[in-house]
Design a protein around this ligand. Structure first.
Ligand code: SF4
Length: 376
């Protein structure tokens, strides 16, 4: 049984041009109906006994902070009436800086939210406009500072590198700005140009260009240097934190542990079975209101598939995959299971294996995708 719950809020003020998440703009009139549908789905999940008292809750999207104070309050009330939350449970919410004010922060605080994750992406206005974000750098800075003033101490900020028109100097400026805010956690992602997004079309048409590989490598070096001197430890490929501020909810994903997902397009992973809800928010509401199942896809993973996924996900973490945990969960010895393919990767200085863990080396992190492709 799971102790982690993800709640998906699929609404955004405007769709960013690089975004391939299950999120939609222009659905303001559906928000109230959606929050009520979520309450029904959560009640059904609680009734079915899929979850033990919750250790982590994550409201992601989309833009959860786009909901009004009243809807946020309604959503948190439903959450608390359906599920028991452990003392000290981590309750995170994603915030777009262009959609938050003191009143919403107060609602979140009253509801027990204790971790905020701001999607800032860049502190350069030209870059922000280039990817279609709705906020400026100054607004992002002000929103984060307001959250700190309102008493939130566990605050994370997302930045992206490899943006169109971005160079190492500009990345350095953005990262330095983020570090100056003295936050407990940073998520630093390289932009992935997803298929079928407006950004991909702009790149194909020559309207935008992303930085070359050498520049990305320079940005990686800047990241290591600046996060290291700021005392932020890299604990996952894209995540850095002060000691003790690692995101507990995301660790559940990286350890391939069970979690439950509610909302349109949300995924659940329980006991080797993965299920996905209907993506389209309106259809999701229709199904819930009609008393029908919102699950549109179920995949039962074999033991081997679960084991391999656990290894791939675990390698994302700096501490790597626990040899003992794999032995206990799957009854296999990692060295014996992968045999010569693992030896090969170790010989190429891409992985290292000790009695306690299997980890990517520094070189392995650079070629992480290739290493994982060998092990999946
Ligand atoms: S705010 Fe986030 S979820 Fe919404 S469109 Fe932009 S990137 Fe996608």
């Amino acid at each position: 049984m799971a102790t982690s719950l993800y709640i998906h809020i699929p609404f955004c003020a405007v769709k960013c041009n690089y975004c391939s998440f299950n999120s939609y703009s222009g659905l303001e009139s559906l928000q109230e109906r959606y929050v009520d549908a979520l309450a029904i789905e959560m009640a059904i999940v609680a009734e079915a006994g899929h979850l033990r008292p919750l250790e982590t809750v994550f409201l992601g999207g989309g833009t959860p902070s786009l909901l009004s104070c009243e809807l946020l309050e309604r959503l948190f009330n439903s959450l608390r009436s359906c599920f028991e939350l452990r003392r000290g449970a981590e309750i995170s919410i994603e915030i777009n800086p262009g959609t938050v004010d003191r009143k919403k922060l107060a609602v979140m605080q009253r509801a027990g939210v204790n971790r905020l994750s701001f999607g800032v992406q860049s502190f350069n206005d030209r870059e922000l406009r280039g990817i279609g974000r709705i906020h400026t750098a100054a607004e992002a800075r002000a929103a984060v500072e307001m959250a700190r003033r309102e008493g939130f101490s566990n605050v994370s900020l997302d930045l992206m590198y490899g943006l169109p028109g971005q160079g190492p100097e500009s990345w350095k400026n953005s990262l330095e700005e983020a570090i100056l805010l003295e936050l407990s956690h940073l998520s630093l992602y390289q932009l992935t140009v997803e298929e079928q997004t407006p950004l991909q079309r702009m790149i194909t048409d020559g309207e935008r260009a992303v930085p070359r590989e050498e520049l990305i490598a320079e940005m990686d070096e800047i990241t290591s240097g600046l996060t290291g001197s700021a005392g932020l430890r890299r604990y996952e490929i894209s995540n850095y934190s002060q000691a003790g501020s690692e995101c507990r909810h995301n660790r559940v994903y990286w350890q391939n542990d069970s979690y439950f997902g509610c909302g349109a397009g949300a995924v659940s992973y329980i006991g080797g079975s993965r299920r996905r809800n209907e993506n389209i928010p309106e259809s999701y509401c229709d199904l819930v209101e009609a008393g029908e199942s919102v699950v549109v896809e179920t995949e039962i993973l074999s033991r081997d598939e679960s084991l391999r996924e656990t290894v791939i996900m675990g390698l994302r973490m700096t501490e790597g995959v626990s040899v003992a945990a794999v032995k206990e969960r799957f009854g296999v010895d990692l060295g014996e299971y992968y045999g010569t393919s693992l030896e090969d990767l170790i010989r190429k200085d891409l992985l290292w294996l000790t009695d306690s863990s299997l980890c990517l080396t520094a070189r392995g992190r650079i070629f992480a995708n290739q290493v994982m492709a060998e092990l999946v």
